[in-house]
Ligand binder design. Structure first.
Ligand code: NAD
Ligand code: LMR
Length: 328
């Protein structure tokens, strides 16, 4: 049996936590031969609810679940962590944009970044889900002194999955037939789901879906607004699909990317594609299962370039808005 991986999850008593923890503990995230320790972090008022979640995890008797530590202490919660999944934060309500949450949620990520740096295992990887996730990730990364910046990620995989599902429905194919789909920029209403480089059964999308007006209009806005549409319909933000996005993101970073394909995750920009260094921006990524790289040479036509630039400009303005949370 392999040694257990330790996974810390913040906001463990919340809706995403509820959908995510069973996926981790059952082996969906790290494989059916990989035991896991769960360190479940909550704020004090939610510790009672977390106790209930822990009881349910116990009642699943998962063969791969080695240990559960519920805590509201960040040092204990991130101790020896190999993966820090930062979910805990307030979700938006109908009528809000995700970056309206910056003032409420941003400060959570200073202490968490510091606690990860002080307590986690070497090589810890951090995935931020709590919104606005790109800029919260920027805050955590810049407060995690000494940790490499290439081990911080923010989630745009849910957007990629949404975009694939929309294209597949339009083309009358299965979503698994859609490849090379990159979400560029921010997990926000400015994100750009790049259909121009996407393929369906190996063919460029624009040769399969001839309705360019739909691609440039309804397709993009449906993906950009999907989170809001779910909040309107459910009265609560996405949870099962968000948890699934977390599982997919971690799997994509811990297993080799299929030949010729790429995946979307927001990473610390190295200046590729003219995206200012240091911003946490979504771009096309390939992984060998251990390390990752930005796919170079993806052609951005004039339409795409303008969309990427608009989303990156929003990220730059979010960075300015949280300058006081980023140590110089
Ligand atoms: P929720 O309100 O159901 O749960 C959030 C949990 O976080 C609560 O249990 C709360 O007690 C806890 N929490 C709050 N502050 C905390 C802190 N400082 N430390 C630890 N825990 C804390 O919300 P949810 O539906 O689970 O959503 C969580 C976040 O994920 C929201 O910000 C939401 O907008 C975001 N989200 C992101 C994506 C994405 O694609 N990136 C998708 C869906 C949701
Ligand atoms: C989503 O995309 O579903 C989440 O970011 C929640 C939201 O506020 O839209």
């Amino acid at each position: 049996m392999k040694a257990p991986i330790t996974v810390s999850v913040t906001g463990a008593a919340g809706q995403i936590g509820y959908a995510l923890l069973t996926r981790i503990a059952s082996g969906s995230m790290f494989g059916l031969d990989q035991p896991v320790n769960l360190r479940l972090i909550e704020i004090e008022p939610a510790m009672g609810a977390l106790e209930g979640t822990v009881m349910e995890l116990d009642d699943c008797a998962f063969p791969l679940l080695n240990e559960i530590v519920p805590t509201c202490d960040l040092n204990e919660g991130f101790r020896d962590s190999n993966w820090a999944l930062l979910v805990g934060s307030v979700p938006r309500k109908a009528g809000m944009e995700r970056n309206d949450l910056l003032g409420i949620n941003g400060k959570i990520f200073t202490g968490q970044g510091q606690a990860i740096a002080a307590n986690a295992a070497s090589g810890v990887r951090t995935l931020v889900v709590g919104n606005p996730c790109n800029t919260n990730c920027l805050i955590a990364m810049n407060n995690a002194a000494g940790l490499p910046k290439d081990q911080f990620f923010a989630m745009t995989r849910l957007d990629e999955n949404r975009a694939k599902s929309q294209l597949a429905a339009k083309a009358g194919v299965h979503s698994s037939d859609v490849t090379n789909l990159c979400i560029w920029g921010n997990h926000s209403a400015t994100q750009y789901p790049d259909f121009t480089n996407t393929r369906i059964k190996g063919q460029v999308v624009t040769d399969v879906i001839l309705d360019r007006e739909w691609l440039e209009g309804e397709f993009i806005s449906t993906v950009q607004q999907r989170g809001a549409a779910i909040i309107k319909a459910r009265g609560a933000s996405s949870a099962a699909s968000a948890a699934n996005g977390v599982v997919d993101t971690v799997r994509s970073l811990t297993t080799p990317t299929p030949e010729g394909d790429w995946t979307s995750v927001a990473v610390c920009s190295d200046g590729s594609y003219g995206i200012p260094e240091g911003l946490i921006a979504s771009m096309p990524i390939r992984s060998d299962g251990k390390t990752w790289e930005v796919v170079q040479g993806v052609v951005l036509d004039e339409f795409s370039r303008a969309k990427v630039d608009a989303s990156v400009a929003e990220l730059a303005s979010e960075r300015e808005a949280v300058a006081d949370l980023i140590p110089s």
